[in-house]
Design a protein around this ligand. Structure first.
Ligand SMILES: *[C@@H]1O[C@H](CO)[C@@H](O)[C@H](O)[C@H]1NC(C)=O
Ligand SMILES: *[C@@H]1O[C@H](CO)[C@@H](O)[C@H](O)[C@H]1NC(C)=O
Ligand SMILES: *[C@@H]1O[C@H](CO)[C@@H](O)[C@H](O)[C@H]1NC(C)=O
Length: 153
């Protein structure tokens, strides 16, 4: 109901900045490419797949996951998959231990990783599969998923 109202308000009222405060993310369908650790992945904004991100806005990813691994360091690795080949994308905030709602070292348990990232003006208009991975200090994946995304001006 809350999500419906938010979608309604944000779709009908063309007041983007007003709506940003009310944006509720959407649990998305993804392909798991790592351990079976993910409880859900939530993207905001994302009404339907592919998630459409507009240049000059921020997008937020929330990954709820369980892990039994202890981890001293967490790094986000993001790739755009082009013709089957993952091309690394330099994420502005790749340190998952800073400002991502995780307290490192992780002791094992249930966590929610939250990262807000800018959709920059100089990104190309593109529709692409994105692979998002969280790895520990030994490059072991804690989380890995692929989802479809589109960048629009
Ligand atoms: C995006 O996030 C940055 C850093 O938190 C903030 O300075 C900026 O105002 C945000 N942009 C929009 C359009 O919300
Ligand atoms: C993952 O979290 C769920 C929900 O709290 C819990 O029931 C389950 O036991 C956890 N699984 C593992 C492997 O930690
Ligand atoms: C941050 O993580 C804690 C513990 O997993 C969780 O209860 C809380 O909801 C998370 N905060 C956000 C903004 O998701």
């Amino acid at each position: 109901m809350v999500a419906f109202l938010t979608n309604f308000i944000c779709t009908v009222l063309p007041i983007m900045y007003f709506c940003q405060d009310f944006v509720v993310g959407t649990k998305i369908t993804y392909t798991n490419c790592g351990p079976p650790s993910i409880l859900y992945v939530d993207m905001a904004p994302c009404d339907k797949l592919p998630c459409v991100f507009h240049k000059g806005t921020n997008a937020t990813v929330t990954i709820a996951f369980n892990t039994t691994q202890k981890a001293d360091a967490i790094t986000a690795k993001v790739y755009g998959i082009v013709a089957g080949i993952p091309i690394p994308y330099p994420l502005p905030k790749s340190n998952g231990c800073e400002d991502c709602n995780l307290t490192c070292p992780l002791q094992g348990g249930q966590y929610k990783y939250v990262n807000q990232f800018p959709v920059l003006q100089d990104y190309p208009d593109i529709k692409i599969a994105v692979k998002w991975e969280l790895v520990d200090q030994d490059q072991n994946p804690l989380v890995c998923f692929v989802f479809p995304m589109e960048i629009q001006g």
